[in-house]
Design a protein around this ligand. Structure first.
Ligand code: DSN
Length: 415
């Protein structure tokens, strides 16, 4: 950073502060992770300079020899890692990846059935605030009111009534496994394509610690920065027969040039994901989530769906008389970073977020295991209930800080 420090010390200072924040606080945001240092090197590398509209061997700009090799490597590694027939590694984000799938095989105005947002879905699955809802007609399936899990009979009934051309499975706040075979069967029954958005769980799938949707789906989309550990941006996997339509829908359909540095970071992480330490982190992510969930339930908090089978724990903050926003703020004040989230009980109450979404991927990446997860559960409970007591806040805050210092992310500053 010596050039930046010299030319823009104010910006350099903000980067250093962010680096200290990452080291000194506990990241429990389910949509974040601590990428391995090479990811940051690749993202900040010279590869960011090149403009590459098109695909390897078919570019609209000269000088793409090395960029082509990088993209081919990323595609080859993505297909091998996930057992996919085709991969497009150019999407800027998960939303761009989803949009490209919609535009690849659907016509504007076609029907899509996806999960209701307050029940765990995602904005790009047709929320009224998302442009996706202005291009396609969406209906949403709920989770079961009692179990808060997907009821596949309900999804089937809705599919039979609505006759979607695309069924979307996958969620951004759903702590349970999804039965992809059942979803594929429902889609087939109405002649719909099946797209699985595995953005949150891609790392767990890559490590083989939870089931993969790939063999059941026509399209699978994901992002790289959650359980998959970095860098940024989205990916689409699909069956060979959709490859041409999908690639055209990404470029030129919905985006222009993609940063080669981001594609290269994807190539790195697909390689990294085949190694034993990555698999160990994913295993720890799962066991930490179970421990955190059990500790919080033991302390009297209602856990949405009663537990977890992935990296997420959804806590009903109203059990302690709090909103999700109160809970998020109370935890941040002691160095625990989370995010408020709607939960199924909020459905129909605009803007309500009674939930708090906790994720264990980043804590596992910095080396913490179930013992730390259990202690963190106790500290979360104390911080939520004892927010008006300065002594409690001080004690929790200092314990979180020393826990973080014992598990450095990058040690002496940004690599
Ligand atoms: N999809 C958003 C989330 O789950 O928080 C951001 O990745």
């Amino acid at each position: 950073m010596e050039h930046l420090k010299r030319e823009d010390p104010r910006l350099a200072d903000l980067i250093e502060k962010e680096s200290r924040r990452i080291e000194n606080t506990l990241d429990l945001i389910a949509a974040e992770n601590h990428p391995p240092a090479p990811v940051l090197e690749v993202l900040g590398s010279i590869l960011t300079i090149k403009t590459i509209e098109g695909y390897p061997g078919r570019r609209f700009h000269g000088g793409c020899r090395h960029a082509d090799a990088v993209e081919r490597l990323a595609v080859e590694r993505a297909c091998r890692l996930f057992g996919a027939e085709h991969a497009n590694v150019q999407p800027h984000s998960g939303t761009s990846a989803n949009l490209a799938v919609y535009f690849s095989v659907l016509e504007t105005g076609d029907r899509i059935l996806s999960m209701h947002l307050p029940h765990g879905g995602h904005l790009s699955h047709g929320h009224p605030a998302s442009a996706t809802s202005r291009c396609f007609r969406f209906a949403h399936y709920p989770v079961d009111r009692k179990t808060e899990r997907i009821d596949y009979d309900t999804v089937r009934e809705l599919a039979n009534d609505f006759r979607p051309r695309l069924l979307v499975a996958g969620a951004s706040a759903y702590p349970r496994l999804i039965d992809y075979a059942a979803m594929a069967d429902i889609a087939r029954g109405v002649g719909a394509y099946l797209m699985v958005d595995m953005a949150h769980i891609a790392g767990l799938v890559a490590a083989g610690v939870i089931p993969s949707p790939v063999e059941h789906s026509d399209f699978v989309t994901f992002t790289c920065y959650k359980t998959l550990m970095g860098g940024r941006g989205g990916v689409v996997l699909c069956r060979k027969r959709f490859a041409g339509d999908l690639d055209r829908a990404v470029f030129p359909g919905t985006q222009g040039t993609s940063p080669v540095s981001a594609i290269a970071a994807k190539a790195f992480i697909f390689h990294h994901a085949t190694r034993a330490p990555f698999v160990e982190i994913q295993e720890r992510t799962l066991s930490n989530a179970r421990t955190l969930s059990e500790t919080l339930a033991g302390a009297g908090w209602r856990i949405v769906t009663g537990g977890t089978e992935n990296h997420q724990v959804l806590l009903d903050a109203s059990t302690g008389g709090l909103t999700g926003a109160d809970a998020e703020q109370r935890l941040e004040s002691v160095g625990i970073i989370t995010n408020r989230n709607a939960i199924p009980a909020d459905a129909g109450v605009p803007g309500a977020a009674s939930g708090l979404r906790l994720g264990t991927a980043a804590m596992a990446a910095r080396g913490m295991g179930p013992e730390e997860a259990a202690r963190i559960g106790v500290l979360v409970d104390e911080a939520l209930r004892g927010a008006d007591r300065e002594d409690v806040r001080g004690r929790v805050s200092s314990e979180i800080r020393s826990l973080c210092l014992s598990y450095p992310v990058y040690g002496g500053g940004p690599p």
